[in-house]
Design a binder for this molecule. Structure first.
Ligand code: ADP
Length: 234
């Protein structure tokens, strides 16, 4: 049973009286527990696909089932509740709030979900320990390195125990060594049961995913390591 099932996805953006064809017919199914990298040249539609799969950006045509819901048939309130409670996001530029401490940044999605203050604090501590930043709870993002900020962003993405985490170029701003530490963290997260979908043009990130979906010009051109191929190899 796929956790994400996209069918016939077309996405056009209006542009100067014309249309940009960002996605030209994508079908993709991702099972629970997968670790998927979406790769391909710049402009081929990777970020657009990620946003469509994650319930952020409605497609022009096609449907997305996310965690059992036809996500774009939900009203905006239900769709944002699904994103808040069952999905996590990680961005290239971290998107942390500079005025809040690391712990407060991690608490934010829990506050939004109505988790009581005491429990939020305990969970923020637990998550910052998980990402190796237990000693930086009270630091604000401007006083953290890029790698540390990305760890805080990962902890924040995990706050409400998401079943799926989407990441868009999560190592794009990091040097190689720091990027490798983030990849190791993703591997641990996946081993602990979280489904991961990561857009990247970092080959180190892509090679360490178990499945690689290659895109070109708005379509999927190759799909290595999909569960169906693995089954048919046996
Ligand atoms: P990638 O992530 O592979 O670099 P994107 O998904 O960002 O590719 O973009 C795919 C195509 O859609 C590109 O041609 C891009 O310029 C275009 N595009 C993306 N977002 C918008 C937008 N909001 N408005 C118009 N065109 C867009």
């Amino acid at each position: 049973m796929p956790i994400i099932q996209a069918r016939g996805i077309i996405k056009e953006y209006p542009y100067q009286g014309d249309a940009v064809h960002a996605l030209r017919g994508v079908d993709l199914a991702i099972d629970r527990g997968e670790h998927v990298a979406v790769v391909g040249p710049s402009g081929c539609g990777k970020s657009t696909l990620l946003n469509v799969l994650a319930g952020i950006e409605p497609p022009t045509r096609g449907t997305v089932e996310l965690l059992g819901d036809d996500v774009y048939a939900l009203d905006e309130g239900r769709r944002s509740a699904l994103r808040l409670r069952r999905v996590g996001f990680i961005f290239q530029r971290f998107h942390l709030l500079a005025v809040l401490t690391a712990a407060e940044n991690v608490e934010l999605p829990m506050a939004e979900a109505g988790v009581p203050a005491r429990e939020r604090r305990d969970r923020a501590r637990e998550l910052l320990d998980y990402v190796g930043l237990g000693h930086r709870m009270g630091h604000r993002p401007p006083h953290l390195s890029g790698g540390e900020q990305q760890r805080v962003a990962i902890a924040r993405a995990l706050a409400n125990r998401p079943e799926v985490v989407f990441a868009d170029e999560p190592t794009g701003e990091l040097d190689r060594r720091t990027g490798d530490e983030i990849i190791a963290l993703f591997e641990r997260l996946n081993a602990d049961g979280t489904t991961l979908v990561i857009v990247t043009h970092d080959m180190h990130v892509a090679q360490r995913a178990r499945r690689r979906v290659e895109m070109a010009d708005g379509i999927v051109v190759r799909d290595h390591g999909a569960p169906a191929d693995i089954a048919s190899d046996r």
